[in-house]
Design a binder for this molecule. Structure first.
Ligand code: HEC
Ligand code: HEC
Length: 242
């Protein structure tokens, strides 16, 4: 059977449109449900998705699971109102993002490492070396976009990493213990102090517990010259858990 030429063209056009729509569907869903936090993938305020390795999503099943159920204890929400098929489309789109080239950041990572050693390492571990008063940053370049890193450095209070709230406990015998609250129940509070030691304080012995709440224990580095800031970000962006 020979179809009229215009009809054949129409069929080809329909097939082309359908496959384009399928590929674009994931992107469209992403823009609607995810871009608010993840931006284009590597310029949002949330995790960096332009990365071949996603710490929370080593497998496709894990990726689908976190899109569906969120990441408990973080700001990554469970998806509402997406069908399983749509979730799979978004997951495919996220994997495609992961294959795109990583963002080029301005700044010199070697100089950034020196600045990090001076201003940051006392609190932060990176590649097995550093302090414990802030989160380990050894894979921060996988987990955070450059925009997000900048914000963490300049405005630590804007988004405090879960589990890193500061506390000052005053005891009845006049001592003051300042640090990161590790855990707390009715009877005790555990605080990690700057020397890395964990203090367990009985509530019956406390005079007051002052919670930093929405204030980070990390000082803001707003005053860092722009070039130094770029260098530190370039260094952090190289930290990919290798
Ligand atoms: C309200 C903000 C928000 C929205 C909306 C959001 N996310 Fe997230 N997402 C986050 C945050 C914050 C994290 C980092 C959690 C952490 O590491 O503690 C995250 C983490 C992730 C991760 C894990 C990355 C890694 O490093 O392993 C993936 C994958 C992800 N999100 C995909 C999505 C997709 C796909 C959507 C849309 C369906 C979406 N997110 C919507 C905030 C959001
Ligand atoms: C006094 C200790 C201290 C110093 C010094 C410090 N930080 Fe932090 N940092 C913290 C703490 C505590 C947190 C977690 C609370 C928060 O999110 O603000 C944190 C969080 C971060 C985060 C976010 C981590 C994540 O998982 O999202 C980044 C990035 C960071 N710091 C980078 C730096 C850099 C770069 C410097 C040096 C220019 C620095 N910090 C200096 C204590 C410190």
């Amino acid at each position: 059977m020979r179809l009229p030429a215009t009809f054949r063209r129409l069929i080809l056009l329909t097939i082309a449109c359908a496959s384009v729509t399928f590929a674009q569907q994931g992107e469209r869903l992403y823009k609607f449900h995810c871009a608010f936090c993840h931006g284009k993938g590597d310029d949002g305020m949330a995790a960096n998705l332009v990365s071949p390795k996603l710490p929370h999503a080593p497998s496709d099943a894990a990726l689908i699971n976190i899109i569906k159920n969120g990441i408990p204890g973080s700001d990554m929400p469970a998806s509402l109102g997406m069908t399983d098929a749509e979730i799979r489309q978004v997951a495919t789109y996220v994997r495609a993002l992961g294959r795109s080239a990583p963002q080029k950041v301005p700044g010199d990572a070697t100089k950034g490492q020196a600045a990090f050693d001076k201003s940051c390492r006392s609190c932060h571990m990176a590649k097995g070396n550093g302090g414990v008063m802030g989160p380990d940053l050894s894979d921060i370049g996988l987990r955070r976009s450059p925009t997000n890193l900048k914000n963490s450095i300049v405005e630590p209070d804007a988004n405090i990493v879960a589990g890193w709230s500061g506390v000052t406990v005053k005891t009845k015998d006049g001592k003051s213990v300042r640090g990161i609250k590790l855990n707390e129940d009715m009877l005790t509070i555990h605080v990690r102090t700057a020397d890395g030691k964990i203090q367990s304080i009985a509530k019956s012995q406390t005079a007051s517990i002052e919670r930093a709440g929405a204030k980070s224990t990390m000082p803001s580095f707003k005053q860092l010259p722009a070039a130094d800031l770029d260098n530190v970000i370039a260094y952090l962006f190289t930290l990919r858990g290798e």
